[in-house]
Design a protein around this ligand. Structure first.
Ligand code: MEV
Length: 352
């Protein structure tokens, strides 16, 4: 793979490398936390993780491209100790929390509670931007670390352990959607514990990124409080579930081979617009996300919505033409816009 940092380069002798994709939500983020269905799709942006066991039980992490300046931290085996992070950044702290939780899961899976690791992370998924960076890193670490300890686990277990890692870091406010999607690849449908892969036609996905990030825990808590305070907020969450149920029937009836017909894109787009409106009503959009959504619609995208937790980060639009990407690139507040291919490959080992 192009983004394997060790491809054709020096790779430490015992290093195991795994990669996992990021994702966009076609429909259903936030509502999925409360048992409604959601449909995320894996995209061709990956986190690649190299893991090498260490004898001394310490964990050393090097991350060079998490859209942050590079950082390296080293800490001892006990997960109750704070790592000695010398870069002050909430995002680095958040990333370390996910890495720590993934290491705990890998140790438990391999029944090797004292094992140490050198971990290096390369990722072209921006942190906290709604593209599933933390899920991809957690999934890839669990896969690589269990293989490095000669205790590989199957994908269902990787997904399950990755979910528990996210659940712990997000203080019980996580669904299985991000981690299952990153593990399996392709499009998936998640409703509570029921996680399955589904077939979709090749959707013309365009992503706009405002350069920012949202705090998933705080955003999920905000929706939770609105939902418990107001019946109409609870109804809004249920309506998002209705949109997903409608969207999935459209996808199930579509021919998964070949380009999707315009009528299908128009109907999916309409549902995405509706979904964005309801997320906005739940308070998880932002000025820059709304601006990008409107730029995409004005460029005649079939539909556009924020993706992931919101608060800042990315939008997803459907447009088979280059118009939306071009419009987004000229939209104030949009830092990057790109076409995102569906990634059929979930977590996988990267051969040297
Ligand atoms: C975050 O990518 C998606 C949320 O639905 C949270 C979750 O499902 O864990 C907001």
């Amino acid at each position: 793979m192009d983004n394997n940092p060790y491809y054709g380069a020096e790779r430490p002798a015992r290093m195991t490398v795994s990669s996992a994709p990021g994702k966009v939500y076609l429909f259903g983020e936030h509502a999925v936390v409360y048992g409604e269905p959601a449909i995320p799709c894996a995209i061709e942006r990956r986190a690649t993780v190299g893991v090498e066991p260490r004898e001394d039980g310490h964990v050393r992490v090097e991350a060079n491209d998490l859209t942050l300046d590079g950082f390296a931290v080293e800490y001892r085996g006990s997960t109750s100790e704070r790592p000695d992070v010398d870069v002050s950044s909430e995002l680095v702290d958040a990333a370390m929390g996910y890495i720590d939780a993934a290491v705990t899961q890998a140790r438990a899976a391999a029944d090797a509670p004292k094992s140490g690791f050198d971990i290096s992370i390369q990722s072209d998924i921006p942190l906290g931007a709604g593209l599933g960076s933390s899920a991809a890193v957690v999934v890839a670490i669990i896969d690589a670390a269990t293989r490095a300890l000669d205790s590989p686990i199957d994908k269902r277990e990787v997904a399950d352990r990755a979910y528990h890692a996210e659940f712990e870091v997000q203080e019980g406010q996580a669904s299985r959607a991000d981690t299952f999607c990153s593990t399996m690849g392709g499009a998936v449908r998640v409703e509570g514990e029921d996680c399955r892969t589904i077939e979709t036609p090749r959707l013309p996905i365009v992503v706009g990124f405002d350069g920012g990030a949202g705090d998933t825990g705080a955003l999920v808590s905000g929706v939770r409080s609105l939902k418990s305070e107001y019946g109409f907020a609870a109804d809004t969450v249920e309506s998002i579930g209705d949109i997903v149920r409608h969207g999935e029937t459209l996808l199930a009836d579509a021919d998964p081979t070949g380009a999707p017909p315009t009528e299908l894109l128009a109907e999916l787009g309409e549902l995405m617009n509706f979904n964005h409106g309801l997320l906005s009503a739940l308070g998880v959009s932002s000025r820059s996300l709304d601006t990008m959504v409107w730029a995409a619609r004005e460029a005649e995208a079939h539909g556009a919505k924020l993706t992931g937790a919101g608060g800042g980060g990315c939008i997803v639009a459907l447009d088979p033409t280059p118009e939306t990407r071009t419009a987004l690139r000229f939209t104030p507040g949009c830092e990057d816009a790109f076409r995102a291919e569906l990634s059929m490959e979930g977590v996988c080992v990267e051969e040297p």
